[in-house]
Design a protein around this ligand. Structure first.
Ligand code: RNT
Ligand code: ZN
Length: 416
């Protein structure tokens, strides 16, 4: 790409935005501060390093594109490759099954901070703060019910697991000098008509109370609902209502996964309600296609709406942006780059919106003017700002990253 042309286009864009009262440099400063939490599980189809068993819990990857990461070294290399093609800052979101277990089998109720020691060092060395997740799926004790299981022994097992995960997250947060966000999503549910819905929810609530009893300073809890999982279509214990109630009552961060709602529901619209009642929101930005299919996030209306709402709610400091998709049918490093860059592009457009003017129109009841400016704003030269953002961050501009991904495939992933 021709640098002089990128600069020229940028200068013109800066002037154009200034006409609308927007300070582009300020927006680029903000873009530099926002951290996108990249999910570690796109690199290896949610396998992890605990065992080589099947992926369970009602989630599924489809496709068998060659070259997935087979061990911790490959996974780290892939994440760093993806990161090298991304502007701005990223965090890394780990699941418990991605611990550095050194070839030993470490059961979920035995995991300790030491199993993440090398990750914590890696994070510091590579400028990636860590986030964390309990892992209830892909285990002989997963079944259909974990934290809501009426079997005391199984429920206690998962309570112990979750408590240990919080201790690990606390240590991560302490070491990185910034709270580690720990997400709790359990797959608990049932395939068919359930006549004891209340009972499992009571059990889940009680489990959460036990898990969260210990207070920590360096980690933050978030709880993620879902509409249904594969094989668990009729009932989800941790539904949206369940976790919103729990989060509002217990001051917990609520996670909104964009694939976890009914297809016509707007996830963006939830932010301004939730933020009145819960301290913060965690996002799992994904792309559902007909169901919670976890396609690679793209710059579509849903993602744009979501980023616009964060900015319009003035909530950049209360909304954590994480990604959650797993596509095994295309180059996995490419999938990271496309999804992260798409999310960043949406956020950039949201920050470049002529919001003050739009609000003024709205306040005065000028519906035509509001709609007209919203339409024109879509075609403002945000892409020139995006190119400059990439250039300043020393990462490929435009489609140039395709060649980098291909090169890495040729030299590294195709040889696996
Ligand atoms: C599942 C949830 C959950 C998982 C990851 C692997 O539907 O979205 O967040 O995708 O924890
Ligand atoms: Zn999710």
């Amino acid at each position: 790409m021709n640098e002089a042309r990128i600069k020229q286009a940028y200068d013109i864009a800066v002037e154009r935005y200034a006409e609308l009262g927007i300070d582009v440099e300020k927006v680029l400063d903000l873009m530099q501060k926002v951290e996108i939490s990249m999910h570690c599980w796109q690199a290896d189809d949610v396998c992890g390093f605990e065992s080589s068993g099947d992926l369970t819990g009602g989630i599924q990857t489809t496709g068998n594109y060659p070259g997935k990461a087979r061990n911790i070294e490959e996974l780290r290399a892939d994440i760093l490759k993806a990161k090298s093609l991304l502007p701005g800052n990223q965090r890394l979101n780990l699941h418990e099954i991605y611990g550095d277990f050194g070839g030993q089998f470490v059961d979920r109720d035995e995991v300790e901070p030491k199993h993440f020691e090398s990750w914590m060092q890696w994070g510091l060395e590579n400028g990636m703060k860590l986030d964390f997740n309990t892992t209830s799926f892909s285990h002989p004790k997963s079944g259909d019910l974990s934290l809501s299981n009426p079997n005391q022994e199984i429920r206690d097992f998962w309570i112990e697991h979750s408590k240990r995960c919080r201790a690990i997250a606390e240590e991560m947060g302490r070491r990185q000098g910034d709270p580690c966000i720990m997400n709790l999503w359990v797959h608990d549910g049932s395939k068919d008509i359930t006549v004891n819905r209340m009972k499992y929810r009571e059990l889940l609530k009680d489990s959460l109370d036990q898990i969260f009893a210990q207070k920590y300073d360096n980690m933050k809890d978030c709880i993620e609902s879902k509409v249904f999982g594969i094989g668990l279509e009729s009932y989800t214990v941790g539904s949206n209502d369940f976790y919103i109630g729990y989060g509002a009552k217990n001051n917990k961060i609520v996670t909104l996964d964009t694939g976890h709602f009914h297809p016509t529901e707007s996830v963006a619209d939830k932010l301004s309600s939730l933020l009145l009642y819960v301290p913060e929101v965690m996002l799992h930005v994904s792309r559902p296609v007909r169901w919670d299919s976890d396609h690679v996030t793209i710059m579509n209306d849903e993602t744009l709406d979501l980023m616009h709402e964060i900015v319009r709610c003035d909530a950049l400091d209360r909304v954590h942006i994480g990604l959650d998709y797993f596509d095994a049918s295309i180059n996995r490093i490419g999938a990271y780059v496309i999804g992260t860059r798409a999310t960043q592009k949406c956020l950039l457009q949201a920050l470049l919106e002529p919001l003050a003017q739009l609000r003024e129109y709205e306040a005065k009841g000028q519906g035509f003017e509001r709609l007209a400016l919203l339409e024109e704003a879509k075609a403002l030269p945000w892409n020139a700002v995006w190119d400059m953002y990439c250039l300043r961050n020393n990462v490929p501009v435009g489609e140039a990253f395709i060649a980098d991904v291909q090169q890495y495939e040729k030299e590294v992933t195709s040889k696996r």
